[in-house]
Ligand binder design. Structure first.
Ligand SMILES: *Cc1c(COP(=O)(O)O)cnc(C)c1O
Length: 352
């Protein structure tokens, strides 16, 4: 029996996507060749790339609005430096929200390019909330934040209003909910949290914001290179892109972000209700800022730990140990996680 996979990343993907992906590795679209042994410039793969890019813009409702969807390499971590390289002026300034480990890593990279204003931080409470008080100065080149803090289990519900460019690391909650994505100027996400295997990074960027900061940008790190070559400047990571395309098609077929948002809310409520109503458990994040993707929680009675751990392991649950910087447990309940798996966990918590 397949395990209930609560891993934070790489993470659960739809079963039917895994099946199709495995078939394509052996014989892609009945062409008697593997997806991973044909040219990325073959008509077969170009069609995959086109479809993946189209699905991204379609699902985010950004079609025809001046955005490009790129599949790059280097993970979200390389975007931490590509963003300032492409958007910060010489001696420029950027505003960063410090809401977790990934935000802190992002702002550290930006500090190599200019002034970084840390406009708000929740570090004082081990990042267990989303800071709400901040001022963004008028001469800021862009504002950067992390929409979902994968490790701490917090999520922005509203986004800052500002005239500066809005840049968002959506690695762990992209395609999980409806937002007005046209408010953002650049969105990036490593594929491995909600979209596909590790190895591809999605960047959605508004074309008109690029080429304006007068920096000499190395070719591979310049978003304009990849836009002009349609994400094929060099060999793209064909397998992660193909699997991402299949996942996006799966999402579209089920009704897109409207449908998945409803499912994700129901899943998160089921688990948070148990955490709030069961005296043996407590949530790790501030209630109003709780993530619908990564649910962090702690036992209130450590003497129950051995029994709880044994029970969830016996039930085929995998990947719910908390990150070492928070402790306790973290149930990552990304798009492909069925509510039935969450019910298995909730039943164990109830009967503890
Ligand atoms: C996992 C994660 C990253 C790092 O992604 P890589 O692709 O491994 O570089 C960055 N930001 C967030 C929010 C993440 O969850």
């Amino acid at each position: 029996m397949k395990k209930h996979n609560f891993s934070a990343g790489p993470c659960i993907l739809p079963q039917e996507v895994l099946k199709k992906a495995s078939e394509a590795v052996v014989n892609f679209n009945n062409i008697d060749l593997s997806l991973i042994e044909i040219s990325h410039r073959s008509p077969e793969f170009v069609a995959v790339m086109d479809k993946a890019q189209e699905l991204v813009l379609d699902l985010l409702n950004l079609k025809g609005k001046g955005y490009s969807a790129l599949f790059l390499q280097g993970g979200a971590s390389l975007e931490f430096l590509m963003v300032p390289y492409n958007l910060m002026r010489e001696n420029g300034k950027a505003a960063y929200f410090d809401t977790g480990t990934w935000s802190a890593k992002a702002l550290k990279e930006a500090q190599a390019f200019g002034t970084v204003d840390i406009v708000a931080s929740s570090k004082d409470k081990n990042y267990n909330y989303i800071p709400k008080d901040f001022t963004i100065s008028a001469d800021t080149d862009y504002v950067h934040f992390t929409s979902n803090n994968t490790i701490y289990g917090t999520q922005f519900k509203e986004f800052p209003k500002t005239d500066a460019l809005l840049v968002c690391d959506m690695s762990s909650d992209i395609f999980s909910r409806k937002l007005d994505f046209s408010k953002f100027d650049l969105i990036y996400a490593g594929a491995q949290k909600n979209m596909g295997p590790a190895g591809a990074t999605l960047v959605v960027v508004k074309d008109e914001i690029l080429g304006k900061n007068n920096r000499k940008i190395p070719t591979m790190l310049n978003y304009q290179t990849h836009i002009s070559k349609d994400s094929m400047f060099n060999t793209p990571p064909v397998f992660p892109i193909y699997v991402s395309m299949l996942t996006l098609q799966w999402l579209k077929d089920m009704g897109g972000l409207d449908a998945i948002e409803k499912k994700n809310i129901a899943k998160a409520e089921l688990l948070y209700n148990e955490i709030d109503n069961n005296p043996l458990f407590k949530g790790a994040a501030a209630k109003e800022d709780r993530s619908n993707m990564n649910v962090t929680f702690l036992l209130t009675d450590e003497s129950k730990k051995a029994e709880f751990d044994q029970k969830w392991k016996e039930a085929g649950i995998s990947g719910i140990n908390g990150h070492r910087s928070v402790g306790g447990y973290r149930a990552s309940i990304y798009n492909a996680m069925p509510i039935e798996s969450i019910q298995v966990l909730v039943d164990i918590m109830k009967n503890l």
